[in-house]
Design a protein around this ligand. Structure first.
Ligand code: HEM
Length: 359
């Protein structure tokens, strides 16, 4: 085996073919523009590869808890790749808007809009069509080639990471354990805490009366969201309105895992929950970074793909989030000192059955 053959470098390094060169007026920066897009696509390929493994492990009928480490490792890899993808924008920003103008007109109507792999990443994570920024008459997917649209349709038909994660969470067994009902114990503890917060607002001398009314209303709203989170009927209503996307049971389990994360059996699930939130955050960071870069390159001009340009990209960065429900749970956290104690038998179930001692 030879290095170049193994990596098929002849093929790989023979596909940078600037349009400006074909026209006999080479624009120096077009080579970088091509290489950077190609390296993004290669990394998207690896991200999809890792997410496929995560799906295989997490998306089945049952999840073998011993695979938790593998899921966390694959997600960790995706997160590191995402960090590189965000930083890579720096390289492209060594190109100035005027350098870009040397070849931009040759790109129309090509655009990152038509990146099938990017759409597959979004879809694999769980972004639904109806959660997208409304663009124009034409669905963003229709900008793909027909066979690519087919691949995307196939991806939509499969469970997404959000759905698999939700299904896994919904199967969490510890929420009802004998007489212990997590939601009852928790509601009582949280009620006390929210009451304390209300008291702090009421007695805060720096706040005007109007501010107090606003803050108390926001606290009441949090309370209502929580009531719904723990009540099937109220929850379904809010879910229909789009306030939540996970199942009620799945979110209740996510809350339990967050609160009792110190228990050994919950540490890997907690890590996975944190990682998917990190993933959502890094997608948002990439979108924001890309939007700013686009603004810097083209100002207020429309994109080569026909969107409003920076306006669309900025809106997508705000809206295209998949695990927002998990972020919203932060409203309902309790300090460790206020956590309801778990019954002894449940506590033992969540523990390793050995103790390591010195000497
Ligand atoms: C000069 C550099 C770039 C500019 C000015 C730019 C601009 C834009 C604009 C305006 C859009 C919106 C669609 C449109 O109307 O065309 C877009 C979409 C997109 N671009 Fe770029 N882009 C640049 C570089 C890149 C790079 C290096 C990548 C890496 C793959 C990339 C990936 C994407 C993706 C995936 C979308 C779709 C985003 C979405 O729909 O949420 N772009 N780009």
């Amino acid at each position: 085996m030879h290095y170049g053959e193994y990596l098929q470098l002849e093929k790989l390094l023979d596909c940078q073919d600037p349009e400006s060169t074909k026209l006999g007026r080479t624009a120096h920066d077009e080579h970088l523009f091509i290489v950077i897009h190609q390296s993004y696509e290669l990394w998207f390929k690896q991200v999809l590869y890792e997410l496929t493994l995560v799906q295989e492990l997490l998306g089945g009928e049952a999840f073998d808890e011993r695979d938790g480490g593998k899921v966390a490792q694959a997600l960790e890899r995706v997160l590191v790749i995402m960090r590189v993808l965000i930083q890579q924008v720096d390289i492209l920003e060594t190109m100035t808007p005027m350098d870009f103008l040397e070849f931009r007109d040759l790109l129309f109507p090509a655009s990152g809009f038509q990146s099938l792999q990017f759409r597959l990443v979004e879809t694999g994570l769980g972004l639904r069509k109806d959660e997208r920024v409304q663009l124009d008459q034409q669905d963003v997917h229709l900008r793909l080639k027909p066979h690519e649209q087919e691949s995307l349709r196939a991806a939509y038909a499969k469970p997404s990471l959000r759905q698999s994660l939700d299904a896994w969470l919904s199967r969490t067994p510890f929420l009802d354990h004998g007489d212990f009902k997590f939601r009852d114990a928790y509601l009582e503890a949280l009620g006390d805490m929210l009451e304390k917060e209300a008291e702090i607002i009421r007695t805060q001398p720096q706040l005007s009366e109007a501010d107090k009314v606003t803050q108390l209303a926001s606290l009441k709203n949090a309370h209502n969201m929580l009531d719904a989170l723990l009540d099937d009927e109220a929850y379904d209503k809010l879910k229909d309105e789009g306030a939540w996307t996970f199942s009620r049971r799945g979110l209740e389990a996510a809350l339990f895992i967050n609160l009792y994360r110190d228990e050994p059996a919950l540490q890997v699930p907690f890590k996975i929950l944190s990682q998917v939130m990190d993933l959502d955050e890094s997608m948002t960071n990439w979108r924001s970074r890309h939007a700013l870069m686009a603004q810097r390159m083209i100002g207020q001009k429309v994109g080569t793909g026909g969107s409003s340009g920076h306006g669309y990209l900025h809106a997508a960065a705000q809206k295209h989030k998949v695990f927002g429900d998990l972020f919203a749970l932060a409203t309902f956290m309790l300090p460790r000192s206020a956590l309801p104690a778990l019954p002894k038998s449940l506590h033992e179930m969540l523990h390793y059955h050995y103790v390591s001692k010195m000497g």
